[in-house]
Design a binder for this molecule. Structure first.
Ligand SMILES: [Zn+2]
Length: 139
């Protein structure tokens, strides 16, 4: 079940991502990643990476979280991402790949939080995807 918590701080959001990473299905890379989306509604939605024997079908933690977010509510407020926290249990910091940056941009993500030397580090989303192509470009 999603958790609602408007005041969740960066460290707590990273902790949610770390918990999600523990569920990762990574028999090939052994590179577990977790992501926690903080939605405008205050709901937190998490995801982990899910690998496949057909490697190209692997889905990253961020996109797992986004697909969960979309599947669980049609309320527009439950589909607006304020920020995402990402944890790689074997990499710090662990930034989203290009595909995930594009998918996060689709739902308005404004901030990315990673962990560096044990501390939360926040980036404006536009730092990670400058001049991104998104829904407003099709309007
Ligand atoms: Zn990715």
């Amino acid at each position: 079940m999603p958790q609602t918590n408007q005041a969740l701080d960066d460290r707590a959001l990273l902790d949610r991502a770390r918990e999600a990473a523990e569920s990762a299905y990574v028999p090939y890379s052994r590179f577990p990643v977790g992501a926690a989306l903080h939605l405008r509604s205050g709901v937190i939605v998490t995801g982990c990476n899910v690998e496949n024997a057909s490697y190209g079908l692997t889905i990253c933690a961020e996109r797992t979280a986004v697909t969960r977010m979309v599947a669980q509510s049609t309320d527009p407020g439950e589909r607006q991402i304020v920020r995402v926290a990402i944890i790689g249990l074997k990499a710090s910091p662990c930034y989203p790949c290009g595909a995930c940056r594009q998918v996060l941009h689709e739902f308005g993500c404004q901030q990315v939080i990673v962990e560096e030397s044990g501390e939360p580090r926040a980036h404006r989303f536009s730092e990670l995807l400058p001049f991104g192509f998104g829904p407003s470009d099709l309007a």
